[in-house]
Unconditional design. Structure first.
Length: 271
């Protein structure tokens, strides 16, 4: 099994990139893909934060950035890191420019119809990024979905994927020593979903994370007994509060998000 970090950077919603990546990866077997999804990349400051993550998790970079400055920075940094950076729309734009005799307009997300649904998705993405990892919990009642789970249980990438589908999504890490804010148990509007995974898988993901950060992989963070205690604590919390639970051990981000959206659709008539 080959493990691949795939970084998808878009100055719009990233839907085009996701479809391209999915179609390409379907041609390969025995590849474990870790997707890092970065939509709405429109400033150099935002790009700099992303590049730090890219350096920590080297892999393939696929991007659709029309701003020449941000694109140049990305390409130069990837070259310095020795990482391939691919702009899949370039050949199509080049061919169209030659046939039409005009240059493409540098307009992010121009292919999307600028209707109410589009702006709702943009708003959901911005809201979700601002409410990652327990931030701004006072505003959780505004969310459509709140994801809860132990560290490294795919909360953030799932949140971003759901946001790209128009769902304002917050997430909160479940830590034995630090209980979540009481507001979590009093929320009425959002659907609260617990994410869980197998201990073996979680330990592997956490070890890889520590190694990527050049930290010693022998802390309680990856100790089997401590990890199992964390997972049991989280599952007990989910059960006590009657929250639906999704096991992400063998699910892709897309599959997890689809299951959550199905839960939202089931809940909607009740709401």
């Amino acid at each position: 099994m080959i493990r691949l970090h795939l970084h998808l950077l878009s100055d719009s919603t990233g839907e085009t990139l996701e479809n391209i990546a999915k179609a390409a990866l379907a041609q390969y077997d025995d590849v474990e893909t870790v997707r890092h999804f970065w939509p709405m990349v429109r400033t150099e400051a935002h790009l700099e934060r992303i590049l730090q993550e890219v350096a920590q998790n080297p892999g393939l970079v696929i991007f659709t950035l029309v701003n020449p400055a941000t694109r140049r920075i990305l390409e130069q940094r990837c070259l310095a890191l020795g990482l391939p950076a691919v702009a899949p729309l370039d050949p199509v734009n080049d061919a169209l420019s030659g046939l039409l005799g005009q240059q493409a307009k540098a307009r992010p997300g121009r292919q999307h119809v600028l209707d109410a649904a589009y702006f709702a998705r943009v708003d959901a993405i911005q809201w979700t990024i601002a409410h990652d990892d327990g931030i701004a919990w006072e505003e959780w009642e505004e969310a459509d979905i709140v994801l809860a789970g132990v560290s490294r249980s795919s909360k953030t990438p799932t949140s971003i994927y759901l946001a790209n589908r128009g769902y304002k999504t917050a997430n909160i890490p479940i830590v034995v020593e630090s209980p979540p804010p009481k507001i979590l148990y009093a929320l009425r509007k959002p659907l609260i979903v617990g994410l869980t995974t197998s201990a073996d898988r979680l330990i592997q993901v956490r070890r890889n994370r520590l190694l990527s950060l050049h930290q010693a992989p022998d802390t309680s963070y990856v100790e089997e007994e401590a990890v199992m205690r964390e997972l049991a604590f989280a599952r007990r919390m989910f059960a006590d509060n009657g929250w639906p639970v999704i096991d992400v051990t063998r699910r892709s981000i897309e599959e997890t998000a689809a299951a959550i959206i199905a839960l939202c659709n089931q809940r909607r008539p009740e709401a």
